[in-house]
Design a protein around this ligand. Sequence first.
Ligand code: BG6
Length: 509
Amino acid sequence: MERPDNLILVIFGASGDLTSRKLIPALCSLRRQNLLPEKFVVLGIGRTKLSSEDFRKKMSDAVRSYSEDIVPWDEQIESFTENVYYYQMDTYSITEDPWLFVSYLNELGDKYAVGGNYIFYMATPPSLYEPISVSLARSGLMNQEKGFRRIIIEKPFGYDLESGRNLNSILHGIMREDQIFRIDHYLGKETVQNLLVTRFANGIFEPLWNRNYIDRVEITSAESIGVEDRGGYYDSSGALRDMVQNHLLQMVGLTAMEPPSSLGPDAIRNEVLKVFQSLQPIKEEDVAANVIRGQYTSSLVRGECLSGYRSEKGVERNSRTETFVAIKFYINNWRWGGVPFYIRTGKRLPTRVTEIVIHFKTTPHHLFQREHGKLSANQLIIRIQPDEGILFKFDMKEPGAGFNVKNVNMDFHYSDLANIRVPSAYERLLYDVMMNDSTLFSRDDEVETAWKFLEPIQKAWENNKSIKIFGYPAGTWGPEHASDLIEGEDLDWRYPCKNLTDDGLYCEL
Ligand code: BG6
């Protein structure tokens, strides 16, 4: 693989968790694979008073604690951190008087001869994206005459349609769309990218991938953890903004999109955008019937008492923020007309699992006797995490007299690929920004169209206080009402386990 051009990566918010847990370990891993530029400098910016020496030490410790690489590589860590610097500055200084910082950065750039190439990563609270970007632009740092200039921002990209549009228009006022890289870390996951390969490298799926053969599509992203120490952020966000607007809708997009004409950044994102544009809007008055929201309450799990959401640190005692959401919707186009899509996500569910389930239609005529008298249908399960892989469920004859039918599994696990290391999402995404490949980043129009779809849900929840928020005990699969969304007698969600091939109601507990 190619190495990117020389550059300085400036990280705002460098003393925070994202930098230590994800960014620096990912960069170090890229270094080990020789995928960083020949001349590469990290400049961390933060409010905390630290010297470059202290910061280097902190980052070396972070790599040792959080890196997913298993080989001992002390020497490489030391040689990587040699080119790591720290500059102490608060937002006030960058907005009021950026010049000291600008000259420090340019001096560093000259010293390492990086050709004026700078990437700015906003690992800060979203409220700082605007003041920092405006100051960068005002001080000439987004000007590409001397080298390339890019910024990376993390979600949330606004809180609703209006603020999402507003953020885009501020950014577009000072830089071009192709200088902006909006991270949705789900797109950096190998298994999410593998969705494209599963669908478009295998001839057998495409003819079946439509309303004629598919009964429904189900996407689950469950977490067993609660809000941990992010209560303050989460309480003003909720599951809809935190997970649905970005990660879940991107998975819907990749599952439902038409084959792109190429792997070019716009070819794929244009197709995802078309899916978003075809989402049938859920009218405000239909929200109660098609969207179920819930909030976890305290419960005893394996002898441990888990607190309810309202008792978490940073959360309002009478909060109505959802920690679970399930939505039923349709995609209005020729491929998917009439096929329900069900998506759900939640915190404090029985296990951590993300998967896409394609439920195929049953046979038109039922010849055989089924297990427990129930009709079963083929399912293709694309497991994003954990136990990454693919599972196909189909019917087989049970040995013996008669024609008794049993539903069996055919599975592939990524872990079967010996010696293959699955890179972390940040590793892939940071490398892509350096290579100027924006395929796996959310584009302005995708973000706005996703907000547009969610707007009536946000409005209904805001305006109609009679729409219930159901409590669910921590460690369960969310409110029982979520099952009422699924159309069809006897049909329910799949209740997955940590292991791809197991399923059952509460198998993780
Ligand atoms: C983040 C959300 O984007 O994704 C978190 O803000 C969530 O609330 C996380 O826990 C889940 O990511 P993953 O990769 O663990 O599924």
